[in-house]
Structures are given as C-alpha cells and as structure tokens.
Design a protein around this ligand. Structure first.
Ligand SMILES: Cc1cc2nc3c(=O)[nH]c(=O)nc-3n(C[C@H](O)[C@H](O)[C@H](O)COP(=O)(O)OP(=O)(O)OC[C@H]3O[C@@H](n4cnc5c(N)ncnc54)[C@H](O)[C@@H]3O)c2cc1C
Length: 385
C-alpha cells in the first residue's frame, strides 16, 4: 500500500518528522541511503548540545517547545538518549564582552526564556573547574545535551513501532510528477509514490533538488569536533560557550570532554565527506583549555567532522515547495535542539495545511540573488592562517 508521506532522510530531523506523523495515524515511509545518523551526516557528527539561549527570534518558539519536550523524550521513545540537563553557560571574559551577554539576556527574556545573569561567584558554583577570568555569564539551567546518534535511531525505531515502513541502505532520488514530485525512485529501479515527499536530507538537499531547477540559498560545510581522554565524571555540568571564542565545551557521560564550535573541516572530494584540519584543531583545543584549565592534563584522543547544510540567513527552510514536495533542511548547525519541535510542527502542518510557527521558515522567503549566493558558497573554510 502506498504511504501518505515519504520522509527522505533519517537524521534527527527526518526521524522526528516520521515518528510524529506515524503516531498521528499517517502512513509513513522513512527512507535513507544509509540509516539514522550515518557518517558524514550532521546527526552523526553533532555535538548534541541542547542550547535554548542565544537563538534567532524566529527560532525561540520552537526552542521553547523543544526544551519542554527533551526531559520527557527518552521515556516517550523508550530509549536511553544519554540526555542530561546540566545547563548552558555563555561567558564574557573581558569588560568589552559584557554588553554582549546583557543583550543576549534581554533578547531571551523578551522571548520568554528562563535565563539567568550570573556573576563570578555563581559561575564558580555552576562550573567550579572553569577559568577564574569569567566576568559575567548567561545561564539557562534547563539546557543540556543528548546523544544525536541515539536520538536518530530512537526516532526511527519508534516510528517503526507506530507502523512506519523503514527503507534504509539505498540512495533515493525524487521522482518527478505531473507538476512537481510524485515520490522517490531507488537505484535498483524500484519506486515509492506518495502525495507528499518530505526532504530532510541535510547537506544532500542541494543535489536532490537540482533536477527540479530548485536552488535554495544553502551550502554544505563540514564542521569538526574534538574529544579528550577520560576525566573523572561530573567535573563540568553545563555546556560552556564564550563570547570571544569559537567554542562549545561539554563533558560527556563517559567523562571525556567534547569540543565543538564553528570550526570548518576540509572537503575530501569523496561525496560530502570532510576531515578535521589540524590547524583548526590546535586552536579549538587551545580555546577550550583557556576556559577549562585542567585540559592541560588531558590529551586529544579523537577528532571527526560531519557535513551540514547552512542557509544564507542561518535559519532553516521548513515548508511546502513544489506540489508534492515539502522541505525541512538548512538547519545551519543548530538543528538538534529543535528537532522534537520540528517533528511535531511539521506533522501538524501536513495534517492541517497551516502552522503559523513555521511561517518564518518558508522555503521562498529569500529572493533569489545569484551573486550573493555564489559569494556565500565560495567563502573559504580556513579561519586560521
Ligand atoms: C559538528 C556538528 C556539531 C553540531 N552541534 C550541534 C549542537 O550542539 N546543537 C544543535 O542543536 N545542533 C548541532 N548541530 C546541528 C545538528 O546536528 C543538525 O542540525 C542536525 O543533525 C541535522 O539533522 P538532519 O536530519 O536535518 O540532517 P542529517 O543528519 O545530515 O541527515 C540527513 C540524512 O539524509 C540522508 N540522505 C541524504 N541524501 C539521501 C538520498 N539521496 N537518499 C536517501 N537518503 C539520503 C543521509 O544519509 C542522512 O542520514 C551540529 C552539527 C554539526 C555538523
């Protein structure tokens, strides 16, 4: 029997959409070239940070929805997501950075977020191991982290329990219909047809849409992550970021410290695979060690990079496109936290025909500008000389 909806891509976005659709009674097929969270996808590489602070205003309602869902999600999905809720702490280390923290707090309070201004004494209570140089912080107590691979696999498994058909292991292409998209076709010559095909294909979206003459203002970029050896557990509860550093730093359940930030990786030319750049890794580690001095006692044991679609305005594209085609892509390195909300809202949008909270993410919101898009895509990945 044909599905009502095909979801192409089983990362955290596609998985969340498929699960929410299936549990609302829709007949769903979830397809993926590999499976949930396979390399080099963003859901495979992701830092798994659940950060609600410092988001774009359009994102805030989704972030708030998602923040309310995360503490319940493991139980809902029947899975250990390695979730923990040690908060998120954003730091100013110089007087000049203080207004940036103050502006973030004001914007987040206006958006309805529970965010706290924290002075040095309180910073030391929240994160005793971090640098004494921190002058002021913005703290969101309910934030935390989860394991993106576990989350993507749990969404797919829960969708299957609700009756979704999983078809993993073969790349799909979009099947043209009379005036849009009629479903997907696989390399073995088989096809699946449905009234709606949701493309949640991350960095692969550009190539999937090209045959239809669609060129969203997105680009594929690899981002790199570092992992330290194992430290005693519970040294660092919050994820820490800093105004003046390209850094996110957290301690995992294992005790290892994980470092991200917006450090681009090097394309290898093999599909969308990218590899960490040593020059970036050295800066990334040094930035983390400046915030967490005990890192001097640890060593780098693992590094990796995964690829994601970044949009030209930093916000995702979520909504209808051609007839039969619905897009959920361009999450621009902050799509993990909001994935439960995206799943819920897309399912509602497909059921009702309209979801106001998704309006800011309309797929046609940005007027085509070929020169600006070419410059965006040509931006160099090297941030370190
Ligand atoms: C290094 C890194 C760190 C990050 N850290 C954070 C963080 O701390 N917090 C946060 O909120 N966000 C973070 N993000 C962003 C977040 O991880 C992503 O926004 C999110 O994982 C995107 O998920 P997705 O399902 O949309 O895409 P992806 O996970 O990339 O999944 C796309 C899927 O589509 C499949 N696919 C593609 N083409 C085809 C095809 N032709 N046929 C079949 N299947 C296909 C792929 O196999 C893949 O499984 C980070 C991202 C990166 C890269």
């Amino acid at each position: 029997m044909s599905p009502d909806v095909i979801v192409l891509g089983a990362g955290v976005t596609g998985g969340a959409i498929a699960w929410h659709l299936a549990r609302s009674g829709a007949k769903v097929a979830l397809v993926d070239a590999a499976g949930p969270a396979a390399a080099p996808s963003a859901s495979w590489a992701s830092a798994g940070g659940l950060r609600s602070q410092g988001r774009h205003a359009a994102d805030q309602p989704l972030t708030l929805m998602a923040a309310a869902r995360w503490p319940l999600l493991g139980a809902e999905l029947g899975a250990d997501l390695e979730e923990s809720f040690g908060g998120h702490l954003h730091l100013a280390e110089t007087e000049a950075e203080i207004p940036v923290i103050e502006a973030r707090i004001a914007a987040d309070l206006a958006g309805g977020l529970a965010i706290e201004r924290v002075e040095p004494a309180r910073i030391r209570e929240i994160a005793p191991e971090i640098t004494a140089r921190a002058l002021l912080g913005a703290y969101t107590q309910g934030d935390g982290q989860a394991h993106p691979g576990r989350v993507a696999r749990a969404f797919a498994a829960a969708a299957a329990r609700e009756g979704a058909a999983l078809r993993f292991g073969q790349a799909a292409r979009l099947l043209p219909g009379a005036d849009g998209v009629a479903g997907v076709a696989f390399a073995d010559g088989s096809a699946l047809k449905a009234g709606t095909t949701v493309v949640a294909a991350g960095a692969w979206t550009e190539a999937l849409l090209a045959p239809f003459g669609l060129d969203l203002p997105i680009r594929a970029r690899g981002l790199q992550m570092l992992l330290s050896d194992i430290a005693p557990r519970d040294l660092l509860a919050p994820t820490v970021t800093a105004v003046g550093r390209n850094l996110s730093l957290k301690q995992l359940r294992s005790g290892a410290f994980m470092m991200g930030g917006r450090w681009f990786a090097r394309p290898t030319g093999r599909g969308l695979e990218t590899l960490p750049l040593d020059a970036h890794a050295a800066k990334q580690w040094a930035g983390a060690a400046a915030i967490l001095p005990r890192l001097a006692r640890h060593r780098l044991v693992h590094q990796w990079a995964g690829t994601e679609a970044q949009s030209i305005d930093g916000n995702p594209f979520i909504g209808r496109s051609l007839p039969g085609l619905y897009l959920a892509c361009g999450f621009s390195n902050h799509g993990f936290q909001i994935c439960p909300a995206v799943g819920e809202l897309v399912a509602r949008d497909l059921a009702t025909g309209s979801e106001p909270l998704l309006a800011p993410f309309a797929t046609d919101r940005i007027a085509p500008d070929a020169a600006r898009l070419a410059a965006f895509r040509a931006e160099p990945i090297l941030e370190v000389a």
